[in-house]
Design a protein around this ligand. Structure first.
Ligand code: HEC
Length: 513
């Protein structure tokens, strides 16, 4: 078993919107008879500011939709490839490899096109029925569900990943199923962590069987540390380290996507960017009918046009209609009318070495970046601070550096070509800290004198793990960053950097009980 098998500990599933009931679920390891699922119901828990009422997210009455008109055109080149008989698009990798599949008796034939290189084409033959929910990682690797089983394929060799249950054809997944991943299938949530699969108990109280995981370029997590789900009637749920909460419900909406940590949906031909409050956009040239996200952009089919949206600005890509398969390196495949067409802005950005959403224990990173336009300058910043390339070889710019604990944002941009790409990376603590063993003693010695229930000087009660979790961001700010808690004047001589480190490790390590 890996040292981090119980990363998420015993999570409390907090049903937001119905905050009278707090349901503590538990992770049962599959095949482990001792891991008895427990389900506990508590009540009387106060919602904190993060928990929104059920009807949150209805646009403010009066604030009408913003009209999107007079768009600048994104300079793009187009290249089209004819599809074979029965050939359908399956998925696109973050680097722009379009996976196409043709079902034959007893096998699926796969052709992989490369958005960067018209000449590159790969062919595979998988001995499986229809491949559903394909997550393409590169030109040579993908994870997919077929015949009720989960597979991971590398260089055309497929490996069955053992989940004991048969998965439904509309099961969804995020992450690398050989290491760290989630699979949601017909009301059951499976989590892979290291060598073990876990099943979440109690999740079916909240999530409907038709819900699906919203991944971000295949990754489960973004900087919000949450895994997002959307049900068919557009209830959006977010699974944090210890709770499942419903940030929004939007009846009648469709096509939910995440742009980083921001959910977006289509409703009545308009785009809604949410969730609290929803901002609504309406389109001059016709209703929005399709939407897909990748990297730093959402791509929208509105009328007979495709638009690119970065969360602030819309750009016109060009007139075109079909299924949208954008990729994080900045381009877009559109399939339809017997063709797959690739739209490439002036420069696209390819990244190697770090994949977004990655969680690592090591304290350094190395990132390689290449622009499709060799003349384009590439800028890379870590949490806003510009980095200098360590070396340049064969068009690849190599960057590296040290990482503090927690999430970090690597922003890659080509200023001239208006293309950007964000890579999120998290450094996990090497030591696993738990509340009971590591935090409770620090609380008793250094905080309890002030942070107790009913104190009259405004120090919030911090006696329980739930209270620490609810105030996790503020504890990080006051104890780790500003270092003004405990107040300097009242510190015991025993307070020091070790205590700050332990608290930081617990905060960034999953808030274990
Ligand atoms: C001597 C009393 C005292 C001690 C000891 C103390 N605190 Fe505080 N703390 C306060 C008071 C009073 C406030 C409210 C005023 C403020 O925000 O500064 C506060 C505020 C905070 C806040 C901000 C809460 C919010 O909602 O903004 C955090 C977080 C915090 N303390 C964490 C801690 C932790 C963790 C410890 C122990 C390691 C600790 N404090 C020790 C008195 C104390």
């Amino acid at each position: 078993m890996s040292p981090r098998t119980n990363l998420w500990g015993i999570p409390a599933l907090l049903l937001a919107g119905a905050w009278a009931s707090l349901t503590a679920g538990c992770l049962a390891e599959i095949g482990d008879p001792d891991a008895t699922p427990q389900l506990k119901v508590d009540s009387g828990v106060e919602p904190d500011a993060g928990f929104l009422p059920e009807d949150a997210g209805t646009p403010d009455a009066g604030a009408g939709p913003v009209l999107v008109e007079d768009l600048n055109t994104l300079p793009t080149s187009t290249r089209c490839v004819d599809l074979g008989p029965g050939e359908v698009p399956l998925a696109v990798s973050p680097e722009g490899h379009l996976w196409l599949g043709t079902s034959t008796t007893g096998a699926t034939l796969v052709r992989v096109l490369d958005g960067w290189d018209a000449a590159a084409e790969q062919h595979y033959r998988f001995q499986v029925g229809a491949m559903t929910r394909v997550q393409a990682w590169t030109s040579t690797s993908a994870s997919f569900i077929a015949d009720g089983k989960l597979y991971h394929a590398v260089d055309g060799l497929r490996t069955e990943v053992t989940v004991t249950a048969t998965l439904s054809a509309d099961a969804t997944l995020c992450g690398d199923p050989t290491e760290k991943a989630f699979v949601y299938s017909g009301g059951t949530l499976y989590q892979r962590d290291g060598d073990a699969w876990y099943v979440w108990e109690g999740i079916d109280d909240a999530l409907s069987t038709d819900a699906r995981i919203l991944s971000r370029d295949g990754a489960c997590f973004g900087a919000d540390d949450g895994v997002w789900f959307a049900s068919a009637d557009l209830e959006l749920w977010q699974l944090g380290s210890n709770e499942l909460r419903r940030p929004a419900h939007r009846d009648g909406a469709s096509q939910p996507v995440l742009l980083h940590d921001t959910p977006m949906v289509l409703a009545g031909g308009n785009l809604l960017v949410g969730p609290m409050p929803w901002t609504e956009y309406t389109f001059e040239h016709g209703a929005a009918t399709a939407m897909a996200s990748a990297g730093d952009y959402v791509w929208i089919q509105a009328g007979d046009r495709v638009l690119r949206f970065d969360g602030t600005t819309f750009m016109l890509v060009r007139g075109s209609a079909g299924a949208l398969f954008p990729h994080a390196s900045g381009g877009l495949w559109v399939t339809g009318g017997g063709q797959a067409c690739h739209f490439a802005p002036q420069a696209m950005l390819r990244v190697e070495g770090v994949s977004t959403g990655a969680q690592q224990i090591g304290d350094t990173f190395s990132l390689e970046v290449r622009a499709s336009d060799e003349a384009a300058t590439v800028d890379v910043a870590l949490d806003g601070a510009p980095l200098t390339a360590r070396r340049v070889a064969d068009g690849w710019f190599v960057y590296g550096g040290a990482l503090e604990l927690g999430w970090h944002r690597l922003a890659v941009t080509t200023p001239a070509a208006q293309v950007s790409r964000t890579v999120l990376i998290k450094r996990l603590p090497a030591v696993e800290r738990s509340f009971a063993t590591d935090i409770a003693p620090i609380y008793t010695t250094h905080c309890a004198g002030c942070h107790y229930d009913g104190n009259t000087f405004g120090a919030p009660d911090l006696a329980t793990v739930e209270q620490w979790r609810n105030l996790a961001d503020k504890i990080h700010r006051r104890v780790v960053e500003a270092k003004n808690m405990p107040p300097v004047a009242s510190r015991l001589p025993e307070w020091g950097e070790d205590e700050v480190t332990v608290i930081n490790e617990w905060l960034s390590g999953g808030l274990l009980p």
